[in-house]
Design a protein around this ligand. Structure first.
Ligand code: NAP
Length: 295
């Protein structure tokens, strides 16, 4: 029997997830289908519960709603309040995970960056930033300074991280809300989780040399992804800062999703990555400004 998986989001027209999953199903000879479904908010729970789907992914703007539909949320879903991957267990209950957390871990590891003991500047405080804070704390980062256009949202992110951290005291020391990079500081990593860079006319999320306070950066990670370099990755590399875009994180979250749906199978990361790059290269238009490319 063919197993059916779906991506729920709105919009989903520009998603590259179907290309990645179909390539993986082919190479693993899995009898499975993956489709993208444009989904209204009140359809999310009913579609996740429908018997014709074995599981799927969730993207903007439904990740929080999907988390609430789960009977068996993972620790990452509980910590972030967001679910991007769900499946039906043999007992019929809906289980789900936030594989953006593991996807970032995979991408940082491929980048050769170890979070343990690292001082990190995190730009942004949206859904992707929740996954980043949780993953960085679990990975042992010594500090995560959150810089966001809307400071109240950064404070809410910190409160949530503290409420769900495995070591609340350490998290309280590590996660700080900042209005600018610390004067004269050296950060091991600066991580862009804002949506700046999705549109070609966007300003850089942070100017890495002429920032007002003279902070320095060992490495830069841009969650925005492209077939080649993103504008911010190019900016960093020109300055001699090691930098990488979000493509491996995107492929990583997809690979982990597949491994949740088919326990015991190893996702073919390189095959999925090639499919993602081919799909991105085939796009005639620049990225839309509304974040619709996520997942
Ligand atoms: N590579 C991957 O696998 C992966 C996974 C997840 C997400 N992402 C990417 O991560 C980015 C954020 O996604 P999300 O789900 O976190 O979105 P989100 O919840 O909508 O958060 C957007 C963030 O961007 C900030 N922002 C938006 N416009 C801005 C501007 N003009 N100036 C300064 N800050 C601005 C927002 O600040 P305010 O709070 O002030 O509005 C907020 O912090 C997107 O580019 C998405 O594609 C990539």
């Amino acid at each position: 029997m063919t197993l059916r998986f779906a991506l729920l989001g709105d919009p989903v027209r520009h998603s590259i997830s179907p290309a990645m999953h179909r390539a993986a199903f082919d190479v693993l000879a899995l009898d499975a289908e993956y489709t993208a479904r444009r989904t209204a908010p009140d359809e999310v729970g009913p579609i996740m519960r429908s018997a014709d789907l074995a599981g799927g992914n969730v993207t903007l703007p439904h990740k929080l709603r999907a988390a609430r539909a789960l009977a068996r949320p993972s620790a990452a879903v509980r910590a972030t309040g967001a679910c991007n991957c769900w499946w039906r267990r043999p007992d019929g209950e809906l289980a789900g995970d936030n594989t953006d957390v593991g996807g970032l871990r995979t991408a940082l590891s491929r980048f050769g960056f170890r979070p343990r003991g690292a001082r990190v500047l995190l730009l942004g405080a949206g859904g992707a930033a929740r996954a980043a804070v949780h993953g960085l704390l679990e990975g042992g980062a010594s500090s995560v300074e959150v810089l966001n256009r809307t400071p109240a949202r950064a404070r809410a992110l910190r409160d949530r991280a503290l409420a769900h951290a495995t070591d609340a005291d350490r998290a309280a020391d590590a996660v700080r809300v900042v209005a600018a990079p610390h004067a004269g500081a050296t950060y091991d990593l600066v991580l862009n989780s804002t949506s700046l860079g999705l549109s070609s006319g966007d300003p850089l999320p942070l100017e890495l040399v002429r920032n007002a306070v003279g902070a320095r950066f060992g490495a830069a990670f841009d969650m925005v992804y492209a077939a080649g370099e993103t504008a911010w990755v190019r900016h960093a590399r020109v300055l001699g800062i090691r930098a990488v875009g979000g493509l491996d994180m995107l492929v990583g979250q997809a690979a982990l999703s597949l491994e949740r749906w088919f326990p015991g199978r190893a996702a073919p990361f390189e095959v999925m990555r090639e499919a993602a790059v081919a799909e991105l290269r085939s796009r005639p238009e620049p990225e839309p400004a509304d974040g619709s490319s996520a997942a």
